[in-house]
Design a protein around this ligand. Sequence first.
Ligand SMILES: NC(=O)c1ccc[n+]([C@@H]2O[C@H](COP(=O)([O-])OP(=O)(O)OC[C@H]3O[C@@H](n4cnc5c(N)ncnc54)[C@H](O)[C@@H]3O)[C@@H](O)[C@H]2O)c1
Length: 401
Amino acid sequence: MKVGIIGQGYVGLTISSFAAQHFEVIGFDSNEKIVEQLNLGVSHIEGVKSSILKKFVGSGQFKATSRGKDIEDCEVIVIAVPTPLTADRLPDLSFIESACKTIGENVSREVLVINESTSYPGTLRKFIKPAIEKYSSQSLEHLYAISPERVDPGRNDFNQNNTPRLYSGLSPEATTRTRAFYSTFCDNLVEVSSPEVAEAAKLFENTFRQVNIALVNELAQIAHSIGLNVYEILDAASTKPYGFMKFSPSAGVGGHCIPVDPTYLALVAEEHGAPATFIRLANKVNLDMSEYIVNRIVADHGGNLSGKDVLIVGVAYKPNVADVRETAAQLVIHHLRNYGANVRWHDEIVGEWRGEYSASLSGAEITIVVTKHDSVDEKKILESAPYVFDTTGKISSKFSL
Ligand SMILES: NC(=O)c1ccc[n+]([C@@H]2O[C@H](COP(=O)([O-])OP(=O)(O)OC[C@H]3O[C@@H](n4cnc5c(N)ncnc54)[C@H](O)[C@@H]3O)[C@@H](O)[C@H]2O)c1
């Protein structure tokens, strides 16, 4: 069977690498540079090894392309493109629309279309299906299903095989065929009664994380204000064997999912006259953490950071990945520069970011640890400045959240 996967980023390339064990996979991406690299067997995603990609490219099990015609005879097409927010913080479905255009204009047979991109309930039924039909010159009765992606890049214990996968089709046949497709590489498939349930569940999973992270970020501020250590409180609370789940404080939430997906849910809520109080508040608390941290550091330095040489350790949004989307480091740097500090950053996994390059891990007056990759030596961090402020809970510094 030939499978087309639209979007070859974190989600799409991961799915390609599992699907290629069983099917011929066409990885379609609009970015020609990515396509060129993938066809040379070079992966740009943590968790997909270049050696494995090279093997699939060599055997013909995987081919990347930017040519719409190459998906024409696929039997299954998976959509895995970005779903960000617009500048006005509204759902931006333009990437999905363009994926639908590629499918509509090129597919010449009836196929199973599965959406893995995260979006609000109703996207499959009310947006994807009509969009593909709009762009198609033939009247083809495609099957449509959803299976929201749960991949956590950089994680080794859970992968496509052992992470339970939700799925549901717009018709019983779509549901059955979706199950058959994923059962080739996923051991735990969970059918739900409608695509809308799966879409809403995905949004709620990330909203749950966003709200709990905000709560623990408030706890960090409360703990500091009364002279207690937040990590000690969390370790103590974690001894309760039921009804408690530990989240860790941080400089804020980053990535393509947690700062974005809950807003999709909030907008649906507000559109239907339902409250989204927690979501809106959690977003604010998490965004404000960067300013809170910088204010703590300013207070420790007599109210003045002007001309201070400040080093940020880790600008990726989480450990061991190069992903800087929505990273909290950006806001921390913004506030520090507003105070007149000279800011540089060290992150060899990211390397280059916004026209700046990873600086050496030494010689600063103030170091702030925003993200701690496993490969960065704690001793070196502590030696990089006389004042080291840790926001990660991973460094034994006198100054921390
Ligand atoms: N990254 C994660 O950890 C994660 C986890 C679960 C769900 N998701 C969701 O999965 C979706 C994809 O996220 P991602 O992290 O893989 O994004 P990504 O930015 O890593 O990759 C998206 C890829 O799609 C390509 N693309 C964009 N528009 C295209 C188009 N019209 N046609 C073909 N290719 C196109 C881009 O060039 C890019 O390579 C999003 O909805 C996201 O919310 C992401």
